[in-house]
Design a protein around this ligand. Structure first.
Ligand SMILES: Nc1ncnc2c1ncn2[C@@H]1O[C@H](COP(=O)(O)OP(=O)(O)O)[C@@H](O)[C@H]1O
Ligand code: SF4
Ligand SMILES: [Mg+2]
Length: 423
């Protein structure tokens, strides 16, 4: 029986779940999300490596048939995003993405551990789709967004953009890709040069990518400002002369200058007043319709992503723990964690009351994640048991493309036609 650093894997016993994961069509899929860190970094032999010198790598995780059988009412069934073929119109396909920040200590600067900021994230994004990504602060949302764009180097995994893996692109290809994929930050002020006017800022981007110069650039700047709801005379002003909402519009104009396909929006409205938030979100939605943009929209609040998202991914300690169609997620949240996040979202109708689920304790450190289900120390689920501290729940399709990483959510709990049941 394999043992993992997250604890020994349980053995024996069958329960309400059949104890085995279903659909063994791809037995050798990358299943590290299922067994946590049950793999050691090991050297690759010269034979493995086409005769070249050995390099360090994360070895292949065990196949599905090696997964521990579940006990009692635990249910490990359901295909994971790694099992599934990406849709034919997928613009971005992320697989097993990890970003570990090494921790060094002592006089000799020894490597004593890692902050597992992103720990095996997989999803596909269709062209024109918006994936909302939510989770408490520190759960790895920004690191995931930046790793996909390779603004920071991922530790493992892949991110295929139109079939080409961004993670392995050389510098020239990466530069070309940067025209297609942009990022908008929470605080546009810190990413705008205070000594450059708005026209100079956008002209610089147009020049770097060889898009336009001279009068053509001026025309393009005026057009971009119009598109984001600013006036042409704004172009001669400096960033400090604008309000927060206007600065975010400038950030959007700068991102649009290169005519991207995909924009990672990293908490673009979190610093804005609620009324201004709605204006910026409406602008992003209008632009998406007009320009066919695809978004990864990061927020720490489920209420912000509700209207803009086609699908929503909930992150916890570097992993996606629930992934579903947006409507399904809000009507039928399966994860206890998502239910707790949703219970904090105010309902505009005062006649409807929602019971508040208050989570105990803080988010554990990603340098020392709990064994088994990373949520188990805080989980209020009535069926939580010893399995939860041993098995890393797979992000499994519980029905209708509703993925949840909880072994106490039975297969079939996802909504597939008809009205979903919200308990
Ligand atoms: N450069 C870094 N070095 C070490 N740890 C980092 C670094 N950047 C982020 N982290 C850690 O990674 C975790 C995830 O951070 P982040 O991606 O910013 O979360 P979020 O955007 O969800 O708030 C946090 O624990 C954070 O402290
Ligand atoms: S979310 Fe709760 S019930 Fe589900 S696997 Fe984790 S600890 Fe167990
Ligand atoms: Mg962040």
């Amino acid at each position: 029986m394999p043992a993992t650093p997250e604890g020994p894997t349980p053995a024996g016993g069958q329960g309400a779940g059949d104890g085995q994961r279903s659909g063994g069509s791809q037995p050798n899929r990358p299943a590290d999300a299922l067994v946590g860190e049950g793999v050691e970094r090991g050297p690759v032999t010269a034979a493995d490596n086409g005769g070249r010198a050995p390099v360090a790598r994360i070895p292949e995780p065990p196949g599905r048939e090696e997964l521990p059988p579940a006990k009692g009412d635990s249910d490990l069934r359901g295909a994971t995003p790694d099992d599934m073929e990406p849709p034919p119109d997928a613009l971005l396909v992320v697989r097993g993405l990890k970003k570990y920040f090494p921790i060094h200590k002592g006089f000799f600067n020894r490597h004593v551990g890692d902050v597992k900021a992103v720990d095996g994230v997989s999803f596909s994004l269709r062209r024109g789709e918006t994936l909302g990504v939510v989770g408490e602060s520190g759960c790895g949302k920004s690191t995931m967004g930046r790793s996909i764009l390779r603004l920071i180097e991922p530790s493992a995994g892949s991110a295929h953009f139109e079939g080409r893996d961004i993670v392995t692109m050389d510098k020239a290809e990466l530069r070309r890709m940067r025209r297609r994929v942009q990022i908008i930050f929470q605080d546009p002020f810190s990413s705008l040069n205070p000594r450059m006017t708005i026209a100079e800022t956008i002209r610089e981007v147009l020049g770097i990518h060889g898009i336009a110069k001279g009068q053509k650039a001026n025309d393009r700047i005026a057009e971009l400002l119009r598109v984001v709801g600013l006036r042409p005379e704004h172009s001669v002003r400096y960033p400090h002369e604008f309000s927060g909402g206007q600065r975010q519009r400038i950030g959007i104009a700068r991102a649009l200058a290169v005519e991207p396909d995909l924009i990672v929006c990293d908490e673009p409205v979190s610093a804005l007043d609620v009324s201004v938030q709605a204006q910026v979100i409406n602008l992003l939605q209008d632009l998406q319709r007009e320009l066919g943009l695809t978004y990864v929209f990061i927020a720490h609040d489920l209420s912000v992503v509700e209207h803009i998202s086609d699908r929503v991914a909930v992150m916890y300690l570097g992993r996606i723990v629930e992934l579903a169609d947006a409507k399904e997620m809000y009507r039928n949240p399966l994860m206890p964690y998502t239910r707790a996040l949703l219970s904090a979202v105010p309902i505009p109708d005062p006649r409807i009351k929602r019971e508040r689920v208050v989570l105990q304790g803080d988010v554990p450190s990603p340098a020392k994640p709990p064994p088994g289900c990373p949520f188990h120390p805080r989980c209020p689920h009535p069926l939580k048991d010893a399995d939860c501290a041993k098995i890393v729940p797979p992000l499994a399709d519980k029905g209708g493309g509703h993925f949840a990483a909880c072994i106490k959510v039975p297969l079939g709990a996802g909504f597939e036609g008809g009205l979903p049941v919200l308990q």
